[in-house]
Write a protein that binds this ligand. Structure first.
Ligand SMILES: [Zn+2]
Length: 381
């Protein structure tokens, strides 16, 4: 099944394990970055590592058997899915003891990992969802208009409109004032067509809410049409497309996705540039994993800026929940710290729990030169 919306996250979050351990599996299967052989190797290593970890957990024999069964099912499903699916990512949620099984194809590669817990681990799904906007693509020409809904890399036809607008005056037929009168009449028809299209766009925005509106209009009539748009919709116009009313949905989708990824990239670059400017002027910002974690432990982080899929193990103090790169003992109470599989993930969770924001940046970016992670800090009281 394809991962498409928040309702799937909610369903997984609601699952009750009744005290059993359940398995959440995530894997980056982006064939743009790895070939099939490499991907299969990642799957094998990931599951072997998870198996060792499962056997090392101090839990009952039945619980261990249940997660090992999860891993067997995932191994079987994974090697088959990797051969047939072209998705950039794969997730599986399994609770063999409860006979629960939910694989999801992801439109964007997550950090590869296996998590055993009392609940399914769904935050990577939420972070993928954040990467996509809900887009309405409107293609309009002198007679026709067609609306598409684009979300999570998929396109759906929404509606179309066909108006009776006469063609432009043909050469040589009319002269002088009568030609002008006919032109005016055609213009009136055209404006009526645009008005109807604008009205329909507004109605559709209520039925299928979207974040961004992309418009393709022929013959440079864009401003003419947009003057009829509701001001609420004008704020959502984020791009003009070259696609035509007659283009296939697949062709329209391709252009929409290219433009969307360009816009997202520009947004991310802006955040990173703001962070760098703040760092360079010695303002309220920090960078690098060690300093960022330290500031987080000091409750100073407002917005965490982190490279997508950046991951490394670390340690956590069980009492204070402070995070450390390599401290074996918490410097505050001298207690032994626990290993965490992914320090960055813990940091993201901490920031979100405290009501901060997290911005994920697709690599490569200028953030790489600053250790792949940084943060905007709060004003000190
Ligand atoms: Zn501590």
């Amino acid at each position: 099944m394809k991962f498409q919306d928040r309702s799937q996250i909610e369903a997984l979050a609601k699952f009750k394990s009744q005290g059993d351990l359940v398995t959440s599996f995530y894997m980056d299967t982006d064939k743009g970055r790895m070939n099939r052989k490499e991907i299969h190797l990642v799957l094998k290593n990931l599951l072997n590592e998870a198996k060792d970890r499962a056997c090392g957990l101090s839990i009952s024999k039945e619980k261990t058997e249940s997660v090992l069964r999860d891993l067997d099912l995932i191994a079987e499903y994974g090697s088959q899915a990797l051969g047939t699916s072209n998705a950039a990512g794969l997730a599986v949620f399994s609770a063999s003891q409860r006979k629960f099984w939910q694989p999801l194809e992801l439109p964007h590669g997550p950090r590869s990992r296996v998590i055993f817990d009392a609940n399914f681990y769904v935050r990577p799904l939420a972070s993928i969802l954040d990467k996509y906007s809900h887009i309405c693509a409107l293609l309009i020409d002198r007679r026709e208009a067609v609306w598409y809904d684009v979300s999570m890399g998929e396109i759906k036809f929404l509606d179309k409109l066909l108006s009776d607008v006469p063609s432009r005056v043909r050469d040589g037929g009319f002269e002088g004032t009568s030609a002008k009168r006919i032109e005016r009449r055609i213009d009136a028809h055209l404006q009526e067509h645009y008005k109807k299209a604008a009205q329909k766009t507004f109605e559709l925005s209520k039925k299928h809410p979207f974040d961004w509106l992309f418009i393709a209009s022929e013959e440079n009539h864009g401003p003419d049409f947009e003057s009829h748009l509701h001001s609420y919709l004008c704020d959502k116009v984020k791009a003009r497309l070259h696609s035509r009313v007659s283009d296939s949905p697949a062709k329209v989708l391709q252009e929409v996705l290219e433009v969307e990824s360009r816009l997202k990239k520009a947004e991310e670059e802006e955040v990173v540039q703001k962070l760098i400017t703040e760092l360079e002027r010695g303002g309220l910002a920090t960078s690098g994993l060690r300093d960022t974690i330290h500031r987080l432990n000091q409750f100073e982080v407002q917005t965490l800026v982190v490279t997508h899929n950046f991951s490394r193990p670390g340690r956590i103090c069980p009492t204070h929940k402070f995070l450390y790169l390599d401290e074996l003992k918490c410097p505050i109470d001298d207690k032994k710290t626990d290993i965490v599989q992914d320090l960055i993930d813990e940091a993201i969770e901490t920031v979100l729990k405290r009501g901060g924001t997290v911005r994920q940046v697709e690599p490569p970016s200028k953030l790489d030169r600053y250790g792949g992670i940084g943060a905007f800090l709060k004003y000190k009281a």
